[in-house]
Design a protein around this ligand. Structure first.
Ligand code: SF4
Ligand code: SF4
Length: 201
């Protein structure tokens, strides 16, 4: 007798996304009507093969190959898609969960490893300061004035009575405890290893 084998590990992508911590309670992925409004306003779709409507369709079709598809890395989280979706869906959030899965299964690690310096700044300052290894590119984009502003920012803030942008030491310690207990530091170490391997190749 033929029996139908059900893979208990296979997941319903859309259901999984709805349950993810990143997803808001009213995420309307199951209500997507494939109207294409998201694609019509998506800047990534204008300049690449990326198509948020198609991404959502593939999720609804339970297409798990999406998680290992490089196309998901073309979104840059501007959230314009979310602002026009008539059913409260957010291809941007959908994409974030897909990328998280890609990182969890290892395929996405090299994609995010270059940004591990942001994680390092969370540990050092308790906030996501711009890592110094991005400074050269930012100077190219915004000019040397940007660096001067950056260097003098604390003084400028003091003149404007805005207070320091740095957190008190005790708060940084508390944040570090949270980063330790939630596994953030372990994950960051994995990304550092991945980044260092890439740099030594
Ligand atoms: S705008 Fe919303 S409903 Fe329309 S295709 Fe995009 S996700 Fe689906
Ligand atoms: S968040 Fe991503 S999918 Fe949405 S409009 Fe921006 S680039 Fe496109």
């Amino acid at each position: 007798m033929n029996t139908l084998k059900i893979d208990e590990n296979s997941f319903e992508l859309a259901e999984d996304i709805i349950k993810d911590l990143k997803a808001p309670e009213d995420l309307g992925i199951l209500k997507c009507i494939q109207c294409g409004m998201c694609t019509s306003v998506c800047p990534a779709a204008r300049h690449t093969d990326y198509d948020p409507r198609e991404i959502v369709k593939r999720v609804l079709d339970k297409d798990e190959t999406l998680i290992t598809d490089d196309i998901i890395w073309n979104c840059f989280y501007c959230y314009t898609c979310q602002s026009v979706c008539p059913v409260s869906n957010s291809p941007s959030v959908v994409n974030q969960v897909l990328r998280q899965r890609a990182v969890d299964n290892g395929k996405g690690k090299p994609k995010v490893a270059p940004f591990s310096a942001y994680g390092e700044s969370f540990i050092e300052f308790g906030l996501g300061a711009i890592p110094s290894n991005f400074f050269d590119d930012l100077i190219k984009d915004f000019g040397k004035e940007w660096l001067e502003l950056k260097i003098n920012l604390e003084d400028i803030r003091e003149d404007l009575n805005l207070g320091s942008m740095f957190l008190p030491e005790k708060d940084v310690k508390d944040i570090n405890n949270i980063l330790e207990k939630t596994g953030f530091k372990n994950r960051l170490n994995e990304l550092r290893r991945c980044r260092d391997e890439k740099n030594t190749r």
